[in-house]
Write a protein that binds this ligand. Structure first.
Ligand code: PMP
Ligand code: GLU
Length: 409
């Protein structure tokens, strides 16, 4: 009678980590991908000042905010969408879902690994999800050939590809050449691409290229305040549609939005106006985050590769996707044959929380897990980040993973 749908593993690990902490157990929170940065002071002030803005906005969102978003992204990397083709919502997650729901039946190409919620959303929307498997050697990236191969299992006329970079769970991005090659196949197969660029501003080399640049005719870009502005719980997401979007598609999106969430919270939209309206100040704020994420991410990368865990150096966002398979035999001897067992034993025996590869579309026996390197303190804006002082949990967590592995025998 009821749908079989479990609590999302990201939110679940957050609840579990908090529960352990409340029992006075030490937990290293590498499980949940939440920014440790506070939004900039003027943005927080704008939220406080807007507390009496209790009215609803239009479904698409405040017009001035959409104009700011349009200018902000054009200035950031040339990603263009007219304010009229922007939707603001309580989080980009619900916008991804609205895009999927706008189709009656579709094939949805989902790379593996990919963020936890795409597949359950595609299933809730009644679509046929098609996995596009990738490998460590291919840096967990899809390419045109893999997409063409996956397209052999198509069942429906409409196709959607969900692309996400810098990636969750891998922290890696695509080169312009790679994006162009995927765009060529998307064009050939007439695929709608949802380009989830929520970590775009956190590209570690500040050179994020939007997929819409290469495939402007059929890319919907999703983003929002959750990651670059440290405001996941404020719930403000953005979808940027393409020029000449089919009127009935746009109508369906607005219809779904209006019949489900109505609009994003207006006080948060007012704060978002400040975040998107001050381009230079927001970029300075983002640059500082990138410097810190790079330092913490590279520290974790070096610590994990030093104990022979296979890993690619971080390129964006705040995730790493360590592959423990070189330790397979020792893990097996210790009774660990799956990524779920790996993560639960590690949590139980060391207090380090990771998320298993199964959450991201992998088979159980693939011994990979996601590490979100967000367990550190952010010093005041005018002081310099010091890893030994500010990221004690990160340092401890990486050491614990290494000593746990070597202690397995
Ligand atoms: N996409 C990815 C890859 C994510 O990691 C997240 C998690 N916040 C989201 C989308 C959803 O973000 P939000 O709904 O907070 O905008
Ligand atoms: N995106 C974050 C993660 O992958 C958490 C938020 C969410 O899943 O909605 O951990």
């Amino acid at each position: 009678m009821f749908r079989q749908i479990l609590e999302s593993q990201t939110l679940l690990i957050n609840t579990q980590s908090k529960k352990l902490a409340s029992q006075n157990k030490k937990v290293i929170k590498f499980g949940f991908g939440q920014s440790p940065f506070l939004p900039p002071e003027p943005v927080m002030q704008a939220l406080k000042d807007a507390v009496d803005r209790k009215e609803y906005s239009s479904v698409q969102g405040d017009a001035e905010l959409r104009a700011h978003i349009s200018k902000f992204h054009a200035a950031h990397n040339g990603l263009k969408a007219s304010p009229d083709n922007i939707l603001v919502a309580p989080g980009s997650k619900i916008l991804l879902y609205a895009v999927l729901m706008a189709f009656e039946k579709a094939d949805v190409f989902i790379p593996a690994p990919a963020w936890v919620s795409y597949e359950p959303q595609a299933e809730l929307a009644g679509h046929n999800s098609i996995k596009v498997p990738t490998s460590f050697d291919e840096k967990w990236r899809i390419n045109g050939e893999l997409l063409l191969k996956a397209a052999q299992s198509k069942k429906h006329k409409a196709s959607i590809l969900i692309l996400n970079y810098p990636g969750n769970p891998d922290g890696l991005t695509y080169t312009e050449e790679e994006l162009k090659a995927i765009a060529a196949v998307a064009r050939q197969l007439d695929i709608l691409v949802i380009s989830d660029e929520i970590y775009g501003l956190l590209d570690h080399s500040s050179s994020h290229a939007s997929f819409a640049t290469y495939y402007p005719e059929k890319t919907i870009t999703t983003t929002g305040l959750s990651k670059w502005c440290g405001a996941g719980g404020w719930r403000l997401g953005v979808a940027m549609l393409y020029d000449n979007i089919e009127p009935e598609f746009k109508q369906a999106l607005i219809g779904i939005a209006s019949e489900t969430y109505s609009c994003a919270p207006v006080p948060v939209q007012m704060a978002a106006k400040v975040a998107y309206g001050r381009f230079k100040a927001s970029m300075d704020y983002v640059d500082r985050q990138i410097r810190i994420y790079k330092e913490v991410g590279n520290y974790c990368y070096n610590g994990l590769t030093a104990v022979d865990i296979a890993l690619h150096p971080p390129e964006g966002g705040f995730y790493l996707f360590p592959d423990f398979s070189r330790h397979k035999e020792r893990l097996h001897k210790a009774g660990i044959a799956t990524s779920t067992e790996l993560c639960s034993r590690l949590l139980l025996e060391t207090g380090v929380a990771l998320l298993p590869g199964t959450a991201f579309g992998f088979e159980q026996d693939q011994l990979v897990a996601r590490l979100a390197y967000v367990d550190f303190n952010v010093p005041a804006a005018d002081s310099i980040f010091n890893l030994e002082r500010d990221a004690v949990n990160t340092v401890t967590g990486i050491q614990l993973i290494g000593s746990w592995l070597s202690g397995l025998g």
